[in-house]
Design a protein around this ligand. Structure first.
Ligand SMILES: NC(=O)c1ccc[n+]([C@@H]2O[C@H](COP(=O)([O-])OP(=O)(O)OC[C@H]3O[C@@H](n4cnc5c(N)ncnc54)[C@H](O)[C@@H]3O)[C@@H](O)[C@H]2O)c1
Length: 333
């Protein structure tokens, strides 16, 4: 497919803007249609993109001019919103978490397996420039085998009026939301965890969902461990990923002044080496670039619906552990 890829956007809120910027940062793509249950939200995104507003998903599909769609609605609508595009074989970039629970994520993954649609779960952090470089260090065996992964995704998100406060729409609080990225990064950089142990609660915002969680993960045979902190309520907070291996350690810093984006130190070395990550595009541009390439070549992306399902399985174990106060095996079924 060498002609321009024509894209639709479903759900015209916050993350839709990041997708639009991702498409704008790539060549050979145009946004042709937008849809939202709130017509004013669709009108606004149409104004920003020059796309037409459609009144339903059916209308978007029946327009007959779509190659791909971004699903940017709240998690509880991902399965329903993907369905018509899966039936029509249209490429799908679906936001995380894949659905509100592992059962629904599993249904979506099963439908995707049976469909001819290219399907990508939008785990954008895999495309964050410093994570791309860290993965390169790991793959070139510069840091050795993984032993410990530490990650904090925090910051303050005032949640009043946000879909995230309704667990029926979001599937949960920060453990379902930010932590979906964290567990995907653990899988990407370390491997599949077999057990989870977690605590969760509300430290600043009294809501029906948690605004704080701490998670430990372990891989098979306790070969490597993870320690994740996830919050909506840490007012002053840097976001970091730390990766400790048998030969060296690396630290990814997300835009913290004074910290390089990525630095590493190997055994016997006496200095932390900063790594230039500037050659990679912004993570949303990189994510969309990979998706468009897969749509053009009709090949499945590096991150499929199966990856979204696996993350949902880990999150299920995390909630079970936080509820029961004990270590829970992760089942990927
Ligand atoms: N990858 C990331 O870093 C990242 C960041 C933020 C959000 N997200 C994910 O993106 C999704 C949306 O989050 P957001 O922050 O943009 O939420 P939001 O509330 O800002 O926007 C969601 C939009 O979807 C619309 N909507 C609701 N039901 C719909 C339906 N049935 N069909 C079509 N549109 C519908 C809403 O009216 C709203 O405009 C969530 O899954 C969230 O976890 C991902």
């Amino acid at each position: 497919m060498s002609r321009t890829i024509r894209v639709g956007i479903v759900g015209c809120g916050g993350i839709a803007r990041a997708h639009v910027n991702g498409y704008k940062g790539n060549k050979g793509v145009t946004i042709v249609a937008v849809y939202d249950v709130r017509p004013q939200a669709a009108d606004k995104l149409a104004e920003e993109t020059g796309a037409r507003v459609v009144g339903s998903l059916d209308e978007m599909v029946k327009g007959g001019d779509l190659d791909a769609v971004s699903i940017c609605s709240p998690p509880a609508m991902h399965l329903d919103n993907c369905m018509p595009f899966l039936k029509a074989g249209i490429g799908i970039l679906c936001e995380k978490p894949l659905e509100v629970n592992a059962g629904k994520a599993g249904q979506l993954a099963a439908l995707s397996r049976r469909s001819r649609s290219v399907f990508m779960t939008a785990f954008c952090h895999r495309f964050h420039p410093a994570i791309v470089e860290l993965k390169g260090l790991i793959d070139r065996d510069i840091l050795g085998k993984p032993l410990l992964f530490r990650n904090i995704f925090g910051g303050y998100l005032a949640l009043k009026g946000n879909h995230r406060t309704d667990p029926k729409l979001s599937g949960g609080g920060c453990l379902a939301d930010n932590c979906a990225h964290s567990v995907d990064l653990f899988r990407f950089l370390v491997g599949d965890p077999v057990a989870a142990q977690a605590m969760a609660g509300n430290i600043m915002q009294k809501l029906r969902i948690e605004d704080f969680g701490m998670i430990n993960l372990a891989t098979r045979g306790s070969a490597a461990f993870g320690e994740i902190t996830s919050s909506y309520s840490l007012k002053v907070c840097g976001n970091f990923v730390e990766w400790y291996g048998t030969k060296g350690t690396a630290i990814v810093s997300y835009w913290n002044p004074g910290f390089p984006d990525l630095s590493y130190k190997v055994e016997g070395g006496n200095a932390w080496k900063p790594v230039d990550c500037a050659k990679h595009p912004d993570r949303f541009v990189g994510e969309v670039r990979h998706f468009l390439d897969c749509v053009r070549r009709r090949k499945q992306p590096a991150i499929t619906a199966a990856d979204g399902f696996k993350a949902a399985c880990i999150i299920r174990a995390i909630y079970q552990s936080a509820g029961k106060g004990k270590r829970i095996p992760v089942s990927y079924r």
